[in-house]
Design a protein around this ligand. Structure first.
Ligand code: 2AM
Ligand code: CA
Ligand code: CA
Ligand code: CA
Length: 282
């Protein structure tokens, strides 16, 4: 089997498991009964469903592919993290948008990304509530529910609708310093003439909305690899650009991302923003 076919097989298997996990999320969302607890801070939520989804994905994939590795949000929170090696590594966020999930706002996504030799090779971002399934395989384009998607044609900041999380209350380790910069970045982008800001409450959904051309760019600091791995390859395969907010090369583990419809647009945006550095994840 060629490396190409092997990737496709891994991807198809993960897709089947992700769809099963989607049933869990959809049912729990409808019942509104998933028990909520907090993690690092009062705004850092986790539910039974987050844990159940991550467990299902890791158990199913590791049974079929025992040599594969996993970096998943809730496993890392529980102290279980594979090292990031050249081996096939699944980077998983069981629910991106847990606050939305808890508040029954339908912007939630199961995110499953695959790296091989530390390169993103495949991505799945699935919102089972709205039944939007975004997928990408390296070199083969990005799809939504099986149909090709493409970023917008926007290359100017003053014609753009951009996404970011605003407030970023959740970046506990930078506290007030980062909150001030984040709010100032919001003010700067308004002053620079941005057409609009949106914040969907899920990093992955912000990014796949860039991929399908609904919004033009997304910037975030303080996020983790599992928030962006799957969605980053979907943006790239939809013709978009993914870079470090400072303008340098994208690093999946650097805890920040800037992506958008075109290179001129992300470069212009990079110059408007004040940047913050975080300790890389690995
Ligand atoms: P989560 O729902 O998987 O936790 C909210 O705008 C976005 O920020 C979501 O993608 C959310 O992912 C993420 N997020 C929530 N808490 C965070 C934290 N403490 N650090 C970084 N990102 C966080
Ligand atoms: Ca979380
Ligand atoms: Ca997340
Ligand atoms: Ca999550």
């Amino acid at each position: 089997m060629s490396a190409f076919d092997r990737e496709e097989e891994y991807f198809q298997f993960a897709l089947e498991v992700t769809k099963k996990a989607g049933h869990l999320v959809k049912t729990a969302f409808a019942k509104h009964e998933s028990a909520v607890t907090t993690k690092a801070s009062a705004t850092d939520l986790v539910t039974e469903t987050d844990k159940a989804v991550e467990e299902l994905l890791i158990k199913s994939i590791s049974e079929k592919y025992p040599d594969h590795q996993f970096i998943g949000e809730e496993s890392v929170a529980a102290g279980k993290r594979s090292p990031w090696t050249d081996a096939p590594t699944w980077i998983i966020d069981p629910i991106d948008g847990t606050t939305n999930f808890v508040h029954r706002i339908p912007f939630v996504a199961i995110c499953v990304g695959l790296t091989i030799n530390k390169e993103l090779r495949a991505g799945i971002v699935y919102n089972p509530i709205t039944e939007e399934l975004f997928t990408a395989l390296r070199g083969r384009g990005a799809l939504k529910n099986g149909f090709p998607i493409h970023v917008s044609k926007t290359s100017e900041f003053n014609k753009s609708v951009i996404c970011t999380s605003l407030g970023i209350h959740n970046i506990v380790e930078k506290g007030q310093q980062w909150l001030d910069i984040a709010l100032d970045n919001h003010r700067r982008s308004v002053a620079a003439g941005v057409r609009g800001h949106r914040a969907f409450g899920s990093a992955a959904i912000n990014m796949v909305y860039v991929a399908q051309g609904s919004v033009d760019a997304y910037v975030e600091y303080g996020i983790h690899s599992w928030d962006i791995a799957a969605a980053a390859i979907i943006v790239q395969e939809a013709g978009g650009v993914v870079i470090d907010p400072t303008g340098s090369e994208f690093n999946l583990m650097a805890r920040k991302v800037l992506c958008g419809a075109s290179k001129p647009l992300v470069q212009e945006m990079s110059k408007i923003l004040t940047h913050v550095e975080f300790e890389p994840e690995l």
